[in-house]
Design a protein around this ligand. Structure first.
Ligand code: SF4
Length: 325
């Protein structure tokens, strides 16, 4: 059951969120990835269009969230710095709450860059690990097939030296073959960051929403998944209470794709809703024009808001899962 507070937040016209893909290229080649890396770094006209859009929208809102996604957004670090710094400065001078967030593989998120991003209030990071080094380095590989765990872990540990507030959400992928590896990783996370509230764990049951290169044989059924999470989190003996959540505890979640006050801007200026279905024509809902205005196909767009008519929690939490073909 979705709460009134969640609905009010999703429908508020005093809030605005832009999810920006500054490049759709990636330095990783995860074995299960659904992206095709066709679209490269965002062009100048789209960067300037986003800045103009932000400039106009902040006049009528109290709260602005700028979320970076990719590809790997930090491959276009200059775009993140430019638009992020612009949005932060504008919101600060206009008295608007600003939140910057990145979904990143964190491979290039070294301490100097992290400090600079936190300084422009990019305080929220979602970083995925597929297990400890033993499993992660089988699936989350660089394009040259090298493993990535040690570099990411070093970056995570280095971040802890920063005094400022931030939130790192470690998204741990779980499926039937990596349970022991995730359990070891969870223990490692608790030991390294268990006393630091800025680090959180979010378990994600790997499934095959894109339908392209999935791993259906290893997907856990929901009941089994809950048992597995209890096993992973309950077997630790590190003194700190587990700070973990998962989809199993997200009854009140409305996906950004279902929120009328959230839009995705792709690297080529197309406007979408969902960050998973990037190759799906149902996700093409318009274009950002050079002057910062939006040319939206209202009929395409409205399909993502079906959950408010049916009040179906599944549709609100993932509109793609029930979107008609
Ligand atoms: S619509 Fe579903 S698949 Fe797309 S971003 Fe939301 S939860 Fe993910």
């Amino acid at each position: 059951m979705v709460s009134e507070a969640s609905l009010a937040g999703a429908l508020s016209n005093r809030r605005f969120e832009l999810i920006v893909l500054p490049t759709e290229k990636c330095n990783f080649r995860c074995t299960y990835c659904y992206e095709d890396f066709q679209i490269g770094r965002m062009k100048r006209r789209t960067i300037d269009g986003i800045k103009k859009l932000i400039e106009v929208r902040v006049r009528d809102i109290d709260d602005f969230t700028l979320s970076w996604f990719g590809g790997e957004p930090l491959l276009a670090e200059g775009v993140v710095r430019e638009i992020g710094g612009f949005a932060h400065g504008l919101c600060k001078s206009s008295g608007i709450q600003f939140h910057g967030a990145l979904t990143t593989n964190a491979y290039t998120l070294q301490r100097g860059l992290f400090d600079d991003l936190v300084a422009i209030r990019h305080n929220n990071y979602q970083i995925t690990l597929d297990g400890d080094a033993e499993w992660h380095d089988r699936t989350r590989l660089l394009a040259n097939k090298t493993g990535t765990f040690d570099v990411i872990w070093k970056n995570l540990v280095d971040m802890q030296g920063l005094q400022q507030n931030f939130r790192i959400t470690l998204r741990l992928h779980v499926h039937s073959e990596n349970i022991e590896s995730v359990r070891r990783l969870y223990g490692k996370v608790q030991q390294a960051f268990g006393g630091d509230d800025r680090y959180q764990v979010f378990f994600h049951r790997v499934s095959n929403l894109s339908g392209e290169k999935g791993i259906p044989q290893t997907e856990l059924g929901f009941a089994r998944y809950q048992q597995v999470l209890a096993y992973i989190t309950g077997a630790q003996d590190v003194g700190e209470p587990p700070k973990a959540t998962s989809e199993a505890s997200l009854g009140d979640y409305i996906c950004y794709a279902a929120r009328p006050n959230s839009l995705l801007v792709r690297a080529d200026g197309r406007i979408g809703k969902c960050t998973v279905a990037l190759n799906d024509p149902r996700n093409d809902v318009g274009r950002l024009l050079d002057d910062g205005t939006l040319d939206l196909d209202q009929q395409q767009l409205q399909r993502w808001f079906e959950g408010y008519r049916t009040m179906d929690a599944r549709t609100l939490s993932c509109p793609l899962s029930t979107l008609p073909a």
